[in-house]
Design a protein around this ligand. Structure first.
Ligand code: SF4
Length: 360
C-alpha cells in the first residue's frame, strides 16, 4: 500500500485518542484524515494525529483493532510517516504530531518503530510539539528513549479502576501495564508532562471517574485528564452497548476545570451527585445556588465568592480585584470578561440587585 493510502487508514484510526478538550477534524479533499484543530489551555493549533500501525494483540472490547482484528492491517515504515508529516508541516501549517499505535505483537518492538519515526521527524528540522502515546506493557528503557524525542507522553487508563478494566479487557493489567508506566513517565519529568484518557461508559459512575481524576492529578502530576464518551463500534463485542451522551462528557470537563483552576473541593461535587452521577445542569450553577443565600455586591465580596459566581472565571475575578472594584454597571463587568446573563441572578452592583428576587 502506498504511504498516502496508509495515511488515510491510520489517520482515521487515530480518532479515538483525544488531543484536547475541544478538537475539530479538518476534512481534506484527498480523504486524508487525522488533522485536527485542537484547543487546549486557550491555544489552538493544527495537529496530525495518527497510529503507527493498527495491528494489536490486546483485546479491549470496544476497539476494532483488538486481537489482530483490524479489517485492513496497515503500518507505516518510519521513513514514510516522517515524509508525510514533513509535507503536512511545510504545506499545511501542521505544528504538532500526536503518535499512537496498536501494540502489534510486542509493545517494545512497536515503540522502537515509533521512536525511529519521531527521530526522522526531528532530523527533518521539526522542533515543535510531539505527543508520544506509550503502549501498555512497554519497558522502562523504551519509554525513556521515547521521552528523549517527545514533549508530552501519555498512556490511556481507559477505566477508572481495576475492576472496570477487567470488564473491558482480559489482557491489560490495570496496575502493572498502565499505572506503573505512568509512574515511570512521571519520573522522566518531560517539559509537557503527561496526560491520560478515560472512557465514559455504563460500567462507571461519574463519582468513580472523578475519584480517579483527583488521584491522577495528585499522584501522577498529570497535566490533563481527558474524558471520552463511549460510542459503540460495529464488529466489536460492545457494538450493541448504549452510546454515552455528550452532556456527560461536558459536565466532567466542567468539574475538572473547577477542580484545577478554581480550587473547588472534590467533596462539593459529591454533594450534588445523584446515584454517583453529576446533574445535567452546569455544576458551577448548581453549586452557586447552594452557596449563595442572596446576591452579593461585586464591589465588596471576597475573591472566593467572586469565582463562585456563574459567568465569572478566575481571570475576570482577578481583573475585578485589581481594578479595585469600581464597577458601576453591568457593562463595566462585561468589559472585564464576565458573562452577564449567567452572573446577573447572583450579583448586586452598588447595592442594586440585577434581577428580581423571583429570578434568583
Ligand atoms: S491496546 Fe489500543 S489498539 Fe490495542 S486493542 Fe486496546 S485500544 Fe485497541
Amino acid at each position: 500500500m502506498d504511504p498516502l493510502s496508509k495515511a488515510k487508514v491510520l489517520g482515521k484510526a487515530g480518532k479515538y485518542d483525544t488531543c484536547g478538550f475541544k478538537q475539530c477534524e479538518i476534512k481534506l479533499n484527498n480523504g486524508l484524515g487525522g488533522i485536527y484543530h485542537a484547543k487546549a489551555e486557550h491555544k489552538t493549533c493544527k495537529i496530525f494525529k495518527t497510529l503507527m500501525g493498527n495491528n494489536c494483540s490486546q483485546d479491549c472490547k470496544y476497539c476494532p483493532n483488538r486481537n489482530h482484528g483490524a479489517k485492513k492491517k496497515v503500518a507505516y515504515k518510519p521513513g514514510e510517516l516522517a515524509r508525510i508529516f514533513d509535507y503536512l508541516n511545510k504545506n499545511m501549517d501542521v505544528s504538532g504530531l500526536f503518535l499512537s499505535s496498536g501494540v502489534g505483537s510486542d509493545p517494545d518492538k512497536e515503540t522502537e518503530r515509533m521512536i525511529e519515526a519521531v527521530k526522522l521527524v526531528r532530523k527533518n528540522g521539526f522542533k515543535r510539539y510531539v505527543h508520544f502515546k506509550v503502549l501498555p506493557g512497554t519497558s522502562y528503557d523504551m519509554i525513556k528513549r521515547a521521552a528523549e524525542v517527545s514533549n508530552r507522553m501519555s498512556i490511556n487508563i481507559e477505566a477508572p479502576n481495576k475492576s472496570i478494566m477487567n470488564e473491558l479487557s482480559d489482557t491489560k493489567e490495570f496496575k502493572t501495564d498502565i499505572l506503573r508506566r505512568q509512574s515511570w513517565i512521571k519520573k522522566l519529568s518531560l517539559s509537557g508532562g503527561q496526560s491520560t484518557q478515560v472512557i465514559l461508559n455504563n460500567l462507571s459512575t461519574d463519582k468513580e471517574v472523578l475519584r480517579m481524576m483527583k488521584w491522577e492529578y495528585d499522584e501522577m502530576d498529570l497535566r490533563r485528564f481527558y474524558y471520552s464518551r463511549f460510542r459503540p463500534v460495529k464488529g466489536t463485542p460492545l457494538e450493541n452497548e448504549e452510546e454515552q451522551p455528550m452532556i456527560r462528557q461536558n459536565r466532567l470537563y466542567n468539574v475538572d476545570f473547577l477542580y484545577r483552576c478554581y480550587d473547588f473541593k472534590m467533596n462539593e461535587f459529591n454533594s450534588i451527585m445523584d446515584d454517583g452521577m453529576l446533574p445535567k445542569e452546569d455544576p458551577k450553577l448548581v453549586l452557586a445556588r447552594e452557596y449563595f443565600d442572596s446576591p452579593v455586591d461585586v464591589n465588596e465580596c471576597s475573591y472566593e465568592e467572586l469565582i463562585r459566581i456563574p459567568g465569572i472565571g478566575p481571570q475576570t475575578a482577578k481583573r475585578l480585584y485589581y481594578c479595585k472594584r469600581k464597577i458601576k454597571k453591568a457593562e463595566d463587568l462585561r468589559k472585564l470578561g464576565a458573562r452577564i446573563k449567567m452572573a446577573r441572578p447572583f450579583i448586586e452592583i452598588d447595592g442594586k440587585r440585577q434581577m428580581s428576587l423571583m429570578e434568583f
